[in-house]
Design a protein around this ligand. Structure first.
Ligand code: NAD
Length: 340
């Protein structure tokens, strides 16, 4: 039986990394029926449609699962991020971003295996912003709620327990943001008591950044509010080879949207230079979610082999191959793995 999944190729490098990912998924033999929506964000606005056309969340509600490429957000003006809108409309409160080393990537660390759990619907991304044009004063409110904090911290602990992970670290700024970060930390400590088998500690966000750059192997699961989680996950991506290799997924109670951490990378779009590994690893998370465990393992094994060999890699990780060459090479290796 084919899996019914919504496909959003996105813009910028999105369509390139999406077709590379589809090639690799095809090599697993797992069958999909894609409901593809190409018109979203800027392309929708150009057609005088809303940046997030209603048929997109409707499709995900019907199918439960989406694979998504990046979508450009205008900086400092224009429409509200489609990515943020989608997470809020579908109540995808948990953004999960694993940072796992691959062999053969030139990086100061070789054995990193940590996961950032980012609250995805509130905090400074709640969209509560005002601007007083006369006085030229801008305000953005970081909304943190007990319910929002409880569910993301609980999601993180539950994941840690089910996946045999040792420790949850909560990153905050409760020394200064005594209300918003203070509530998040207070709730975190309460939830931790329900999980006596999982260690718990907390770090102030600035120290957390320094710790991650110097001693990343000491960290396991890290949970934080929306903005801190966003920044920490790009930092952590930099420890394992960059945005081109770092996967992500957005989970709610009812739906899941799988997307890489990176954006639309306008600086390299359309040049065949984009590394599709990040979206391919997001697709591996999707295969696991769909209980296609053998296929997920096959892609992971093939990825490690291709990186260890180091012959066919994209430029961001030291190679000279194009997006398509990398995808074809990986797909052939996945086919062998599935046949073994
Ligand atoms: P970006 O992630 O697009 O790019 C940052 C740097 O990383 C660039 O130098 C880019 O070339 C490189 N890079 C990113 N992905 C790569 C890949 N797969 N292979 C090789 N190199 C890669 O971040 P940005 O430039 O700050 O943002 C560009 C646009 O993307 C903005 O409009 C932003 O709002 C949007 N964005 C979207 C999402 C999303 O759709 N979830 C996430 C982040 C940013």
């Amino acid at each position: 039986m084919a899996h019914h999944v919504t496909l959003l190729p996105g813009d910028g490098i999105g369509p390139e990394v999406t077709s590379a990912t589809l090639r690799v998924l095809e090599a697993t033999g797992v069958e999909f029926e894609w409901d593809t929506h190409k018109i979203i964000g800027t392309s929708a606005v150009e057609e005088e449609r809303p940046e997030l056309p209603d048929d997109v969340p409707a499709s995900i509600r019907e199918r439960g699962v989406a694979l998504k490429g990046p979508i450009t957000t205008p900086v400092g003006e224009g429409f509200t991020s489609v990515n943020v809108q989608l997470r809020q409309r579908l109540d995808l409160y948990a953004n999960v971003r694993p940072c796992v080393s691959l062999p053969g990537i030139d990086s100061p660390f070789e054995d990193i295996d940590l996961i950032i759990f980012r609250e995805n619907t509130e905090g400074l991304y709640a969209g509560i912003e005002t601007y007083d044009a006369r006085l030229e004063i801008a305000d953005s409110t970081a909304r943190v709620t007990r319910r929002g904090s409880e569910r993301i911290v609980d999601f993180c602990f539950d994941y840690a327990q089910k996946n045999g992970r040792d420790t949850v670290t909560l990153a905050h700024k409760a020394n200064i943001l005594k209300e918003s970060s203070g509530l998040f930390l207070k709730v975190g400590r309460e939830i931790a008591e329900r999980y006596p088998d999982v260690n718990f500690n907390d770090r102030i966000i600035d120290n957390m950044c320094m710790q991650l750059v110097m001693y990343p192997q000491q960290y396991d699961c890290i949970v934080s509010t929306n903005l801190f989680g966003d920044i920490l996950s790009d930092l952590a991506a930099g420890l394992v080879g960059g945005l081109g290799v770092t996967a992500g997924a957005n989970f709610g109670d009812d739906y899941a949207v799988f997307e890489a951490v990176h954006g639309s990378a306008p600086d390299i779009a359309g040049q065949g230079k984009a590394n599709p590994t990040a979206l391919i690893r997001s697709a591996v998370m999707m295969l696991d979610h769909l209980n296609e465990t053998k296929a997920a393992q096959a892609v992971n094994t093939a990825l490690r082999d291709v990186y260890a060999a180091g012959e066919v890699l994209t430029a961001d990780v030291g190679g000279s191959s194009s997006t398509t060459e990398f995808a074809e090479h990986l797909a052939a290796r996945v086919e062998e793995e599935m046949a073994a």
